[in-house]
Ligand binder design. Structure first.
Ligand code: NAD
Ligand code: MG
Length: 345
C-alpha cells in the first residue's frame, strides 16, 4: 500500500491522479490540497491554500504528487526532496526555478524523483536502459504551429486555450501555444537527467504519440510511444517500479511526422535554452516572468507576442546570480516578477 499526498488536487493533473488512485487498491490518498476550491472530505487530511508543510508532516506520505501550477509548487517539492520522500513531479516550474538547490536537496534526502510530465516520464523510462548520450524532447507545436509572428499578433486567450492533443490547465495550455512549455521542459530535462543543453534537442511532432527518445553510445535510439493521456505517466510515477492497468486504449501505429521548431516565431523556446545555458537564477527569472506574462495575457492586459517580449526584457535586466539558499531563490523570483510590472505588463 502506497500512501499519497496530492498537492493541486482540483487541477487537470490532480483530477486525473484521483482517478488513477481510486482505480488502484494499492494506492491510498491520505492528504490533498487545492489553491482555492473547497476539497473537504476528499482525503483524511485536506487544506485549501497556505503553506502545506504542516499537512505533509502530519500525513507522512510515501509519495508526494506535486500537481500545483507555477512557482507556488516550490514548497512541497523541496519538502519531499529534503526528506527523501518519493516525489512524483508534475510541477515542472519548481524544478526549473530551484535547479541546483533542488538537486542538492535530493542528494541530501536520497529519495526518488519521478517525473510526471509525459515527455520526461518517457525519457526516464528510456534512460533506464543505459547511459543517455543525447535526448529528443517532442512538442506538439500547439494550436499555432506553422503560423508567422504577424499572424499571431491578434491571437486571443480563447484561441490560445484550445490545444490540439492535450486537455490541460490554462497556464500550461498557453505555455504550449508559445512553446514556453517546451522551454521549461528543456530545463527540466537538463536537471532531471544531468545532460548538457546541447545534448537535448526539441522536435515538433504534432500527434504527440512519440513522447521522447534517448540515444545511446552504441548507436541505438530508444523511443517511448503512447496515446496522449496523462493518466499513463501519473500511473507510472505512482506505481514505480511496478506497472498498473489504466483505461487508456492500446496504441495503434500510424504515420508519424517530425519537424524542426520555428525558433524565430516561437522565441520563448530559444530564450529558455539561453536561460538554461546561462544557469544561476536565469531559469528562475524565465519562469517568473513567463508566469506573470501569461497571467497578464489571460487577463487581456497584453497581447500574445508580448508574453515573449516581456520575458526577453526581464531576462536582459536580471543579474541571474546563483541563489545560495531558498530565501535568495524566492527573492530572485520576486525581483523578476517586479520587473514585469515595470515593463508595463
Ligand atoms: P491546473 O491549473 O489545472 O491545476 C492547478 C492546481 O494547483 C489546482 O488544484 C489549484 O487549486 C492548485 N493551485 C494553484 N495555485 C496554487 C497555490 N498558490 N498554492 C497551492 N495550490 C495552488 O494545472 P494543471 O494543468 O493540472 O498543471 C499542474 C502542473 O502540472 C503544472 O506545473 C503543469 O505544468 C504540469 N503539467 C500538467 C500537464 C497537464 O496535462 N495538465 C501535463 C504535464 C505537466
Ligand atoms: Mg509535457
Amino acid at each position: 500500500m502506497k500512501r499519497i499526498a496530492l498537492l493541486g488536487a482540483t487541477g487537470s493533473i490532480g483530477r486525473q491522479a484521483i482517478e488513477v488512485i481510486d482505480a488502484n487498491p494499492e494506492l491510498e490518498l491520505v492528504a490533498a490540497t487545492s489553491g482555492s476550491q473547497q476539497i473537504e472530505g476528499l482525503a483524511r487530511l485536506t487544506q485549501v491554500g497556505g503553506d502545506p508543510t504542516a499537512l505533509l508532516e502530519r500525513a507522512a506520505p510515501d509519495i508526494v504528487l506535486n500537481a500545483v501550477v507555477g512557482f507556488a509548487g516550490l514548497v512541497p517539492t523541496m519538502w519531499a526532496l529534503e526528506r527523501g520522500v518519493t516525489l512524483a513531479l508534475a510541477n515542472k516550474e519548481s524544478l526549473v526555478a530551484a535547479g541546483e538547490l533542488a538537486l542538492a536537496a535530493r542528494r541530501r534526502g536520497g529519495g526518488a524523483l519521478l517525473p510526471v510530465d509525459s515527455e520526461h516520464s518517457a525519457l526516464y523510462q528510456c534512460a533506464l536502459l543505459g547511459e543517455p548520450e543525447s535526448m529528443v524532447l517532442t512538442a506538439s507545436g500547439g494550436p499555432f504551429r506553422g503560423r508567422s509572428a504577424v499572424e499571431l499578433e491578434a491571437v486571443t486567450p480563447a484561441q490560445a486555450l484550445v490545444h490540439p492533443t492535450w486537455s490541460m490547465g490554462p497556464k500550461i495550455t498557453i505555455d504550449s501555444a508559445t512553446l514556453a512549455n517546451k522551454g521549461l521542459e528543456l530545463i527540466e530535462a537538463h536537471f532531471l537527467f544531468g545532460l548538457a543543453y546541447e545534448r537535448i534537442e526539441v522536435v515538433i511532432h504534432p500527434s504527440s504519440i512519440v513522447h521522447g527518445l534517448v540515444r545511446f553510445a552504441d548507436g541505438a535510439a530508444i523511443a517511448h510511444l503512447g496515446n496522449p493521456d496523462m493518466r499513463v505517466p501519473i500511473s507510472y510515477a505512482l506505481n514505480f517500479p511496478e506497472r498498473a492497468a489504466t483505461p487508456v486504449p492500446p496504441l495503434t501505429l500510424r504515420t508519424l511526422e517530425f519537424f524542426e521548431p520555428d525558433l524565430e516565431t516561437f522565441t520563448l523556446l530559444a530564450l529558455a535554452r539561453e536561460a538554461g545555458e546561462r544557469g544561476g537564477t536565469y531559469p528562475c527569472a524565465f519562469n517568473a516572468a513567463n508566469e506573470e506574462a501569461v497571467g497578464a495575457f489571460l487577463a487581456g492586459r497584453i497581447g500574445f507576442l508580448d508574453i515573449a517580449g516581456t520575458v526577453a526584457e526581464v531576462l536582459a535586466r536580471v543579474d541571474g546570480a546563483a541563489a545560495r539558499d531558498l530565501d535568495e531563490l524566492v527573492e530572485a523570483d520576486r525581483q523578476a516578477r517586479e520587473l514585469v510590472v515595470v515593463a508595463g505588463a
